[in-house]
Write a protein that binds this ligand. Structure first.
Ligand code: NAD
Length: 507
């Protein structure tokens, strides 16, 4: 049934983009993405790519790289142009892209708009770097020269998640193109249209055919083909830690390069001298942005005993004011969860918390009546007095459920913050800057925010310690994920019989 949402006519439709050509999947198969805010509607009818389609896309990317199509590897001006044009096109089409993201993810439109802007910023940032990639050289006492050149790794398989579909894709695509790689992208099956619309815009730029290819379809078919193909030089994956581990095992068979952006269980440490207003607002922003479906979501509030009541009262108050509703509505603060199965997972964690006797200080219910009956709407939920060894404090829930644990002193705060298998991000609040800095240094996480939460400037980095991943996205470091370093050694002596040769040659 055709429906309209905002300016979108549903269902959206996506196709495959291989070697510059758009087309259906072989066999014409499709899969359907429901609207998580109203599951009576089909949001997207997407091309269901097969292993054969994945192979065609890999072959196109391989040909483009190996033939150095249009001098892609060395013509940084072309790469720069493609990236700038992409940033511009994203900005021109921002209202539509935000609606598509909001629709497929269930992300409130007020969050989808800056999400789109951030994707444009990422392309622009890497456009600026494409022409500034210098190597190094060194002259030996003999006059011989070492040149260290950075080269694109080659064909990159990019496998992306659904929760922030444009920025997750942009963080991989923009630096990989900036350095001259070619790509095959496999988007998450919950968000095929968001990625498709981005890649389609890229095809309006000066992008040579075959450099960026998109194949939607099941992870176990399309994703698996990309991971196991010997024609793919590297996998850049963002998703669950479990999927990431499986991919790492597969990739290891061919010593395929990998970078992994995986799950998190972010601690947020609040000391007794913290600015309670700032700390509570920043906490709630990190806790319930995108309904807590964020790798960097604030999930564990670690609060010093003496300010527990004051801080928790503020956080609960802010949480209870969150308006859960239709993501297309500008007044909505929190939308639905991504799917029925994710809602069930989160509800099971809530039941576990109640059965374990933890104090559920707010939320915990599925919302009912009207639109709520056709989507996956849960209340923002907080459990107090949770032991850090509990499943609630250790496992990634990926929903609007947060736990509160108290600590006595700095050492205990650091211990609790680090006592999980993840290490993606963390927050620290203390008016005592040396203390905040000491704690930030000792928390094992790729990003630690002091006096803020969930800031992700493109100039910085993103990536995890421990089981949260391998590699870093964003910033200058984001380029390293897509480059090899090569040494070119050039003789400067002019000798045809060098002293070293006498180890083998006696004349
Ligand atoms: P997921 O692991 O289920 O899926 C991610 C991608 O992998 C999808 O495109 C999926 O189709 C594909 N896939 C699934 N099985 C595969 C297989 N066997 N071989 C190859 N590909 C396969 O994750 P998700 O549910 O889409 O995303 C949520 C997860 O992502 C959370 O754990 C979250 O923490 C994590 N995440 C991490 C970051 C980060 O930067 N660290 C960012 C966003 C999300």
């Amino acid at each position: 049934m055709a429906t309209d949402i905002g300016s979108l006519q549903l269902p959206l439709s996506t196709r495959l983009l291989i070697d510059g050509e758009e087309g259906p999947a072989t066999g014409g198969e499709e899969f359907y993405r429901e609207n998580p805010a109203d599951n009576r509607q089909v949001a997207t009818a997407a091309a269901k790519g097969s292993a054969e389609d994945a192979r065609a896309a890999i072959d196109a990317a391989r040909r483009a790289f190996d033939s150095n199509t249009q001098n892609w590897i060395y013509n940084y001006k072309l790469r720069e142009q493609v990236l700038y044009q992409t940033a511009q096109l994203i900005r021109e089409h921002a209202p539509r892209l935000a609606e598509v993201v909001s629709l497929e993810v269930g992300m409130p439109i007020r969050q989808a708009i800056p999400h789109v802007a951030a994707a444009a910023d990422i392309f622009e940032f890497y456009a600026g770097l494409a022409g500034k990639l210098y190597g190094e050289s060194f002259t030996l006492p003999t006059g011989s020269m070492i040149n260290l050149v950075k080269e694109p790794i080659g064909v990159i398989g990019m496998i992306t998640p659904w929760n922030f579909p444009l920025t997750q894709t942009a963080r991989k695509v923009a630096p990989a193109l900036a350095v001259g790689c070619t790509l095959v992208i496999k988007p998450a099956s919950y968000t095929p249209a968001a990625t498709y619309e981005l890649v389609k815009l890229m095809h309006q730029t000066a992008l040579p055919n075959g450099v960026v290819n998109l194949v939607s379809g099941p992870g176990t078919v399309v994703g698996a083909e990309i991971v196991t193909s010997r024609k793919v030089d590297k996998i850049s994956f963002t998703g669950e830690s479990g999927t990431g581990k499986d991919i790492a095992v597969q990739a290891a068979r061919d010593i395929k390069r990998i970078s992994l952006e995986l799950g998190g269980k972010a601690p947020y440490v609040v000391f007794d001298d913290a600015d309670m207003e700032g700390a509570s607002r920043a906490a709630v922003f990190g806790m319930f942005r995108n309904a807590g479906q964020a790798c960097g979501a604030t999930t564990r509030l670690l609060v010093q005993e003496s300010v527990h009541d004051e801080f928790l009262a503020k956080v609960v108050h802010l949480s209870q004011n969150i308006k859960v509703g239709n993501p297309a509505d500008e007044s909505t603060d929190m939308g639905p969860l991504i799917s029925a199965s994710q809602e069930q997972v989160v509800q099971e964690y809530i039941k576990f918390g109640l059965d374990a006797g933890y104090d559920m200080v707010t939320g915990g219910h599925k919302l009912q009546g009207g639109l709520y009956d056709n989507g996956y709407y849960l209340e923002p939920t907080i459990f107090d007095g949770v032991d850090n060894s509990s499943r609630l404090a250790q496992e990634e829930i990926f929903g609007p459920v947060v736990v509160v644990t108290t600590f006595k002193d700095e050492e205990e705060a650091i211990h609790l913050a680090n006592d999980v298998e993840f290490g993606l991000v963390a927050g620290v609040w203390s008016a005592d800057y040396p203390r905040a800095m000491r704690v930030a240094r000792r928390i094992q996480a790729g990003t630690v925010w002091i006096w803020d939460n969930y800031a992700q400037p493109v100039e910085g980095i993103w990536g995890g310690y421990k089981q949260s991943g391998i590699g870093r996205e964003l910033g200058y470091y984001g380029l390293d994920d897509f480059q090899e370093v090569k040494q070119i050694f050039t003789d400067g002596t002019g000798l045809t019989m060098k002293p070293a040769y006498s180890q083998v040659i006696s004349e």
